[in-house]
Ligand binder design. Sequence first.
Ligand code: AP5
Length: 246
Amino acid sequence: MNIILLGPPGAGKGTQAHHLVHAHGMRQLSTGDMLRAAVQAGTPIGETVRGIMARGELVSDEIVSALIDAELLALPPEAGAIFDGYPRTEGQARELDAILARHGRTLDYVIELDVDEDALVERITGRFTCANCGEGYHDVHRLPRVPGTCDVCGSHGFKRRPDDNADTVRTRMAEYRAKTAPILPLYEQRGIVRRIDGMRPIAEVTAQIAAILGFADVSQASMEGSGELPERPSGKAAADAAHQTR
Ligand code: AP5
């Protein structure tokens, strides 16, 4: 199973990909995460894209398509791929077709998270993550249970993305409207687009995606949506898992 999660910044692509990785063993291919890792490592690609990302503009098609190609090469053929934040232009969509064909894969679904852009600015500017394990938090919606201490790994350092400020978010939204939204018709023609209300609570969005993909966790996810949240994973396993998917 190979899917694209499509939606503007803050729509919940990473959040939902994270669930699919943990619940169904799929692999998340996030170009944003790959680029941030390159920036942090100070690689030549990282130095090329650092300023572009800080301004909220799109990195070149060549760079991101090469990253995706390399990631797919390393992916076991039986592992399902979640494309998170890629493709973002018509050029990338064409390139993805070619890459998938080279790797003997087909695209099953494009899941569009339909959201209210004004609400997204608040979602994005309030989010922060544990600097150690990558667990995600929010200033309003999800603070650590013990102030200043990560629920998952117990460390005390947190970080925010440099592009998560209101001005840059607006640029990222504009880039999405101008360059990414226009790729949807390409996939609509193929009959593989499924639109979801991304403004619903996270667990409900998860349940809708599970239903589309035919996964059996619909009832559990619905239960989460009703407020009966299961224990979150803890300890090293959770920290390792969180690390792998960011
Ligand atoms: P990237 O890292 O892809 O960022 P993005 O698309 O702007 O998306 P985000 O990660 O901000 O949001 P998300 O949809 O994953 O939301 P999340 O789940 O975190 O790209 C960053 C930059 O890299 C780009 O600007 C560009 O420069 C470059 N780049 C990357 N890919 C590229 C490409 N292919 N081509 C060119 N350039 C590229 O959720 C956000 C918050 O909302 C969280 O706090 C979460 O807890 C909360 N939340 C999620 N769902 C819900 C819900 N249903 N209800 C309430 N809160 C929710």
